[in-house]
Design a protein. Structure first.
Length: 258
């Protein structure tokens, strides 16, 4: 953990140790809440959980080939299942003992990861990005559980909306804190649950902080025109590493492609 902050010292000046992962606090998850909120990779009783196992393997192979680790997860519009995909993929990844995964709630205008997981948080992502608190103050590992969700999954949760999310993403200090988090925690994969790409300019503003994008389309909801515009906004320099077609009911994956 970082030492106490002295007068006039900012969070960015705090001394760091080599690896902070072991010192992260933990949270407890409730299997009943996870099941109710369609976190299907937790109990693994829904056959669709197998699609996430395949997705994690293909994603890790793609990242390893390119030397990437920062994945933005977005959709053209709301209701496509991007957060559903992010949570279930993160839990599937957590079962690889040699893969540290961080899942960050970067949908700052509409934070929802904590609610999906049935957790209450008292720190905000905005304070973290503004260098007011260090990474170990906002990140929590999943504690011991009967679902075999690994302790190598850390969650960056948020409870307060940010009206100026795009502006915050573009600030230099956001780049600093994300780079410092990566250096101190040494994750293998960082999943950023982003806002819908066509809702605001937040995804455009976040582009410098991701290596690639996992795009979630809603079956019966997303149009080809919306997909084309989403890819255009993401930009050619940020490859779409995968496209997920989520069923219209939001419960399972219909197909996936790379």
């Amino acid at each position: 953990m970082a030492s106490a902050q002295s007068p006039g010292q900012t969070a960015g000046d705090l001394p760091r140790i080599v690896d902070l992962w072991g010192g992260l606090g933990s949270v407890s998850v409730d299997p009943v809440v996870l099941a109710r909120n369609l976190v299907i990779t937790a109990a693994r009783t829904d056959p669709a959980h197998g699609a996430f196992d395949v997705l994690r393997s293909r994603l890790l192979q793609a990242l390893a080939e390119k030397g990437w680790r920062r994945v933005g997860i977005t959709s053209p519009t709301k209701g496509c299942g991007k957060t559903f995909t992010a949570i279930n993929l993160a839990i599937a990844l957590s079962r690889y003992d040699n893969c540290r995964t961080i899942l960050m709630d970067m949908d700052l205008r509409n934070p929802s990861l904590a609610g999906y997981l049935g957790l209450k948080v008292d720190r905000t992502m905005g304070d973290f990005l503004r260098e007011e608190i260090p990474a170990e103050a906002i990140l929590r590992k999943v504690g011991p559980n009967d679902l075999r969700i690994g302790a190598n999954l850390a969650l960056g949760l948020n409870h307060r909306a940010e009206a100026y999310a795009a502006e915050l993403f573009q600030e230099d200090r956001t780049a600093r804190v994300l780079e410092r988090m990566e250096k101190d925690l040494r994750p293998d994969v960082i999943l950023h649950d982003l806002p819908p790409a066509l809702a605001q300019d937040d995804v455009i503003a976040f582009r410098p902080h991701m290596d690639c994008v996992l795009l979630v389309a809603g079956g019966g909801l997303t149009t080809p025109r919306e997909m084309k515009e989403t890819v255009r906004r993401i930009g050619e320099d940020k490859p779409v590493v995968g496209v997920i077609l989520n069923k219209a009911d939001g419960v399972s994956i219909a197909e996936y492609a790379y």
